[in-house]
Design a protein around this ligand. Structure first.
Ligand code: MG
Ligand code: ZN
Length: 221
């Protein structure tokens, strides 16, 4: 029993060391790195498709997209003008730092300001793996229901910003942003909560402003 626990701990330690290297490499190039986690289908790719081109030159953004199979999400992002690298995890239900290292190897980091890592859609284990990001972005979508915040605290606790997506559907789904916010207060008081809709554009400006402010804070002019 003890042995098994030691193995798990050392895997996580090795991951953390590689993640720290990833972070250093990106900092040397002036990159803000983000790790986006959420349930499958909460609108990660759509949000990135709609919002990253608004950050300025889309060529200065790259997305590393984790999915079990297919290159569909990377293709969508390429069509939006950003650079995208698909990482297929096969059976793996989360990204780890080594996979991100390989993704970074395929990019010209000096030409980038933002690297967005779109994690595999999964509300549990991605939260346990540092990938070398500076900030964690967690999405909650209105079709999932407010109760996900209370049910998956380990996902929402480490969030630096929480985006409520598909907010245009809130009324029809009787989703209460107030309930989600009050549950969040119990576990995370520091992350801003931004209500967005990739369909109507609501809140996208606030999300873009947040990204720009965080990068400016990390690399003051
Ligand atoms: Mg996706
Ligand atoms: Zn996993």
């Amino acid at each position: 029993m003890t042995q098994k626990i030691e193995v798990v701990t050392s895997v996580l330690k090795a991951n953390d060391a590689i993640a720290a290297e990833n972070r250093k490499r990106m900092e040397a190039a002036g990159i803000l790195a983000l790790n986006i986690t959420s349930a499958p289908g909460s609108g990660k790719t759509t949000l990135l498709e709609k919002s990253l081109p608004l950050l300025g030159d889309p060529e200065r953004c790259a997305v590393l997209v984790g999915d079990l199979q297919t290159t569909r999400d990377a293709e969508r992002l390429c069509n939006a003008g950003v650079r995208a690298v698909q990482i297929n995890t096969g059976r793996g239900c989360h990204l780890d730092a080594t996979q991100v290292t390989k993704g970074l190897d395929s990019l010209d980091l000096e030409s980038l300001d933002y690297v967005v890592i779109e994690n595999v859609g999964n509300m549990v284990c991605p939260a346990g793996f540092d990938l070398g990001e500076h900030k964690r972005v967690v999405l909650l979508s209105t079709p999932e229901g407010e109760d996900k915040v209370a049910k998956y605290p380990t996902l929402f606790q480490p969030a630096d910003v929480i985006l409520l997506t598909k907010v245009d559907l809130a009324e029809i789904l009787e989703f209460s942003p107030e309930t989600a916010k009050s549950d969040l207060k119990q576990i995370n008081t520091r992350a801003p909560f931004i209500e967005v809709s990739s369909k109507t554009g609501q809140g996208i400006d606030d999300w873009i402003d947040w990204l720009k402010a965080v990068r400016a804070g990390l690399y003051p002019a």
